[in-house]
Design a protein around this ligand. Structure first.
Ligand code: PMP
Ligand code: GLU
Length: 388
């Protein structure tokens, strides 16, 4: 059987694969400490589940508009105005099957074969693959710890060519956890405006910030950048709703209409009653978001202290998301070898940096309970000591 050429160029999601492997080992009774998938361990808050259950009971079980329930699109537009200073109406918003699908819809709507999309590395592993799937060219711009894993305005400017269509910005970042400052965002916005390209801002970790870090939405910085901005976001991380598959894309009406047409011929609407849970998430109390953030903040400190006490690892302190990204180069192991051996010998699951475009790091998610963090760090320490 001959598969389409586009498929041969992409690899399966390593984050999902390693997380699934860790879950399968656990199901077999093996005591695995998993820091693999970026998935909050909390249950979805009760009022959100209750709203979805009520919608289900009330018979909200039919097809709905492809772009999403009007009430939810309105609620998202209001949220974008209140939280992010973005002047969108509901026609500027489409509800998608997770943040992942909002980005994929965007690539299908925007990218022609040969179009270039600038992606700073380390990157969330699905960005380049989505671009490749639609025939575009991912242009990877490497960053490192010296700039806090941030792309500089000069680097962005230099990577723009006449074929550049889109720049992918992700702050707070997966996998590094870094957060761009308002001044850094402003400088990047100016490059986007000067080059007259588009930017998609993936803001899925916007609520997960520490030590007074501030999230600023690039599109809020003025009319010229607003017109060139797409916002991708979702409910998975802030409200612990990973399995619900609920996200959204916001931006210029032409692009949102195109995404809606694509969705109308591919997935149709997102699960109707689940969308009522999303309305409750946005319109209900936000205390749950803050409670989870505070729990992440404690875990981050514990994991960071433990990592910093392991000779041979060097870890920067990130301001957002729920990942740490230690440099493992002193062990002499490539990231995949490191992760395979760690899982095999000590039953600790982490993600190799190579999945995110760098072979010198591993990613650990601390969206897991404190006992697992303590136990996993004991094991990691033993492993690293045995290798250096
Ligand atoms: N963007 C980033 C940076 C992510 O880490 C993820 C996955 N957790 C997503 C988008 C997509 O999330 P979801 O599809 O679960 O909403
Ligand atoms: N995005 C999360 C992660 O990076 C979940 C897995 C995925 O969607 O790839 O771990």
């Amino acid at each position: 059987m001959k598969l389409a050429a586009r498929v041969s160029k992409v690899t399966p999601s390593l984050t999902l694969a390693i997380a699934a492997k860790a879950k399968a080992l656990k199901a077999d009774g093996i005591d695995v400490c998993s820091f693999s998938a970026g998935e909050p361990d909390f249950d979805t808050p009760a009022h959100i589940k209750a709203a979805a259950a009520k919608a289900l009971d009330e018979g909200k079980t039919k097809y709905g508009p492809a772009a999403g329930e009007p009430k939810l699109r309105d609620a998202i537009a209001r949220k974008l105005k209140t939280d992010n200073g973005l002047d969108y109406k509901s026609e500027n918003v489409i509800v998608t099957n997770g943040g992942k699908h909002s980005l994929y819809n965007l690539m299908v709507a925007l990218i022609d074969p040969g179009d270039e999309v600038i992606i700073p590395a380390p990157y969330w592993l699905s960005y380049p693959e989505m671009v490749t799937l639609v025939g575009g060219i991912p242009v990877i711009v490497t960053t490192d710890a010296t700039t806090g894993y941030k792309i500089t305005p000069e680097q962005l400017r230099q990577s723009i060519t006449p074929k550049t269509k889109l720049f992918v910005l992700n702050s707070p970042s997966n996998p590094t956890g870094m957060v761009y400052t308002p001044d850094e965002i402003k400088a990047l916005a100016q490059v986007v405006i000067d080059a007259d390209i588009l930017v998609v801002s993936d803001e899925i970790y916007e609520k997960i910030l520490y030590d007074g870090a501030e999230h600023i939405s690039i599109g809020s910085l003025g009319k010229e950048i607003f017109e060139r901005t797409l916002i991708s976001n979702g409910f998975a991380k802030a409200y612990s709703m990973t399995g619900w598959r609920l996200g959204y894309l916001a931006g210029p009406v032409e692009i949102i209409k195109a995404a809606s047409t694509i969705q109308g011929h591919s997935t149709s609407n997102v699960c109707t009653f689940a969308q009522y849970g999303a309305i409750a998430a946005l319109e209900g109390s936000q205390d749950c978001v803050e409670e989870m953030r505070q729990a992440f903040a404690k875990r981050r400190q514990v994991m960071l202290d433990r990592l910093n006490a392991i000779p041979g690892l060097s870890t920067t302190k990130p301001d957002g998301a729920f990942y740490l990204f230690p440099d493992i180069s002193k062990t002499g192991l490539k990231s995949l070898e490191f992760c395979d051996a760690l899982l095999e010998e000590h039953q600790v699951a982490v993600i190799p940096g190579i999945a995110f475009g760098t072979d010198y790091n591993i990613r650990l998610s601390y969206a897991t309970d404190m006992a697992t963090i303590e136990k996993g760090m004991d094991r990691l320490e033993k492993f690293v000591k045995s290798r250096i």
